[in-house]
Design a binder for this molecule. Structure first.
Ligand code: SAM
Ligand code: SF4
Length: 437
């Protein structure tokens, strides 16, 4: 049997796409290899949001080139956003690559590889051929959790971001198709789903429906006990979604609400279309509507023209909101975006100082939030053994915090855990009683 190996870079959307790629390769009759060296088909699912994943990918590709030199029969496939961004020159840059595909052309990969994995060289779908990968078989990493794509592409014009250029305009997936997938997943025993889109709250505008309606419909699916979604854009976070979150039992008490910057001036230059005050009002409305809500965010430091005062405003918002966690990024100029052409680039050493300060502020905030949970009881969905202590189990709360705990349950169980300790990223505790699965 021929074997494949998939390496994934970047975001949850890519991790989900990789599950589809793997499922599709398995349907072609290939098995999963433990390493690139053991694989007949080597796939890279790439990201180009920042420079770092680009560099990591280049290092991996060097290794694949050597493997191909030793065994020219190996097929090298490169997919995802980097492939799409470099489509004009990918095969010139890397002549040993056999097949390339963009984020919207995963369904074609199987056709191109052919049964058994013999690839015609150089296929690459065009933007117009974009398709949802939802109908493809899926190789899920976890039996009780699944991602479900609700839309592809993005209509925003954030001046730092390459996503609209590589993933195209936003297209919503039909609600019937999404619900059929959720039904199928529930039948297979999935208890938690995460709805995925670049801007989930603008879902449905092109179809005459809305994200709030979708949340309510998914909430009604028997067997789905937790619903998450990522990412919403603050500009589109309307009251109807807050009400749906509050009223739907399965929708978790967690919102990932990208801030990007706490300075209204910088937000304007980023073309985010909200300012600091509007963002804080939204946080107030969310907290008023959904008691016990966890808030996480994305923040960029060192955007062109960001002054010390602008950065301080970001730290102030972190402290004022009291985030439960944040993905923090150093601004990375992406070729072709508006911000990359700005003459006011912030020096690397300044970015470094700011990111360290920001990470500290986020950790302080998250630690304070997690400490508030100590002494209480949390419902935990068990995922497996703890990664840090083999005698413990690991799972996540409805608010999306990882818990390491002493207990006897199996993956997929929902159990009550009494929390007795906290760090900035995890909780620790002891299982009270397992709720029947
Ligand atoms: N669509 C989502 C959103 O708007 O929140 C996520 C987009 S992106 C995959 C995830 C995060 O990457 C963004 O929220 C932003 O913080 C960060 N990001 C995007 N472009 C960046 C850049 N050029 N440099 C640094 N961080 C960037
Ligand atoms: Fe990029 Fe902005 Fe779209 Fe998010 S909303 S994907 S940051 S352009």
């Amino acid at each position: 049997m021929k074997r494949y190996h998939v390496t994934t870079f970047g975001c949850q959307m890519n991790a989900h796409d990789s599950e589809r790629i793997k499922g599709m390769l398995e349907e072609l009759g290939l098995g999963e290899a433990v390493s690139q060296a053991d694989a007949d088909v080597i796939v890279f699912n790439t990201c180009t949001i920042r420079e770092k994943p680009d560099q990591r990918f280049a290092a991996h590709l060097g290794n694949a080139k050597m493997l191909k030199r030793a065994d020219p029969e190996k097929v090298i496939a490169v997919g995802g956003c980097y492939a799409e961004a470099q489509r004009e020159r990918l095969f010139d840059l890397y002549p040993f690559v056999d097949v390339a595909f963009g984020p919207g052309t995963i369904p074609h990969l199987a056709e191109w590889l052919g049964t058994g994995g013999t690839a015609p060289r150089g296929r690459f779908g065009t933007g117009e051929e974009r398709e949802f990968a939802g109908g493809l078989p899926m190789h899920r990493e976890r039996r009780f959790q699944a991602w479900v794509q609700v839309s592809m592409g993005c209509n925003s014009v954030c001046s730092y971001c390459i996503v609209p250029a590589v993933r195209g305009r936003e297209v919503s997936r039909r609600p019937g198709e999404i619900l059929a997938e959720v039904d199928r997943l529930a039948d297979e025993g999935v208890r938690e789903i995460t709805l995925l889109g670049q801007n989930v709250n603008s879902y449905g505008r092109d179809l005459g429906s809305s994200f709030a309606e979708l949340l309510r419909a998914v909430d009604a699916v028997e067997g789905i006990e937790r619903i998450r979604f990522t990412s919403p854009h603050p500009k589109d976070f309307r009251r109807d979604v807050i009400e749906a979150m509050a009223e739907c039992d399965a929708v978790c008490e967690h919102a990932h609400l990208p801030l990007q910057s706490g300075s209204t001036r910088v937000l304007k230059a980023m073309r985010r279309t909200y300012g600091r005050e509007r963002y804080l009002e939204l946080v107030g409305a969310l907290r008023a509507g959904i008691p016990d809500l966890a808030l996480t965010t994305d923040i960029i430091v060192g955007f062109p023209g960001e002054t010390e005062r602008d950065f301080e405003e970001t730290v102030e918002v972190v402290q004022e909101v009291g985030y439960d966690g944040a993905f923090t990024f150093v601004y990375s100029p992406r070729q072709g975006t508006e911000a990359a052409a700005s003459p006011d680039q912030v020096p690397e050493e300044v970015k470094k100082v700011r990111i360290e300060r920001l990470v500290e502020a986020v950790q302080d905030s998250a630690l304070a939030r997690n400490r508030e949970r100590v002494g209480g009881v949390e419902e935990v969905l068990v995922e497996g053994p703890s990664r840090t202590d083999a005698t413990l189990l690991r799972g996540r709360t409805r608010r999306n915090t990882t818990v390491n705990f002493a207990g006897t349950s199996a993956p997929g169980d929902l159990v009550d855990v009494r929390i007795d300790d906290a760090t900035s990223t995890t909780l620790k505790g002891e299982q009270l009683a397992a709720v029947a699965a």
